[in-house]
Ligand binder design. Sequence first.
Ligand code: ZN
Length: 322
Amino acid sequence: MTKDIWKTITEVGMLLCFFLVCAGSTSAQSADFSLHRIGDDVWAAIVTDAGKAGGNAGFVVGDEAIAVIDTFEDPGAARELLAAIRKISTLPIRFVINTHYHLDHVNGNDVFANAGAMVIAHRNVRAWMRTENLKWWGDAIKPADKARVQSLKLPDIIYDDRIDLYLGKRLLKVRFLPGHTGGDSVVHVPDAQVVFCGDLLWKEHIPNLMDASTDKWVDTLDSLRNSHAQSVFVPGHGGVANSADIATFKGYLVGLRAAVRDAQRDGKSGDALVNAILPGFKQKYGAWGFFDDFAKDNIVQTAQELDGHKQVPQPAQAEGRQ
Ligand SMILES: [Zn+2]
């Protein structure tokens, strides 16, 4: 009897803890994103795929200032994120870091710039933001969308390999890593063991490989995993991740490259190559987000990459390296 009562008390206690943990990890909800506390004053804004926000974002609160990582695809969602930050801290938002140039991560830049932030990114983000982002629409782009892309708030500060930012005592290490576009940054918060990966990591989502070099990307995932094994990772798409999720995503890219290479060795190309691979991938990855959007393109684009015909954005000339 005593044992049963103790068991009940323990179960109720565990249930209570579960609810408290849940309440603590998600402090704000919007139709477009949910906010998750993933470290001491470190927050991930995980988007709803069907919503307007596009790509995940996040922010870090230091003792003097705040940094925001990525700004969503929609300025309205960015304003909601700004309002959510303001409920947590009134410190100045000093920096926005764009992890790469794609529209779903930069279209709210002006919201935070108007609130006083400097935008920081890899050199190629500044070179590509207002031009390469036009390609998502093709020739059918509406004048209003074209005008929006051509007036996106560009980075104020650019870097080539690495830049360190301080929010007072708190350090953020921003590092260039290749693979997804050729202009991607990860943001490491060492004192919280958190790494914001932008679109270098996708959790249970098929990636966009339009600008990708998958050979370099596989190495990038190895180095992320090796240097931050115990960290919490925020992917560009999908929920908060750990190092096993990096291994799973790497497995997708390695498997894709191997399947395409095998089909090419069998003399396949075009639709025959796609049809040789897609059904098996559907079985394995059909439950991942964006399967219908990107899986076929992933095969076609990886075939182009492996036979040396893939077109990717050209890097900007670095100062002093012309
Ligand atoms: Zn994205």
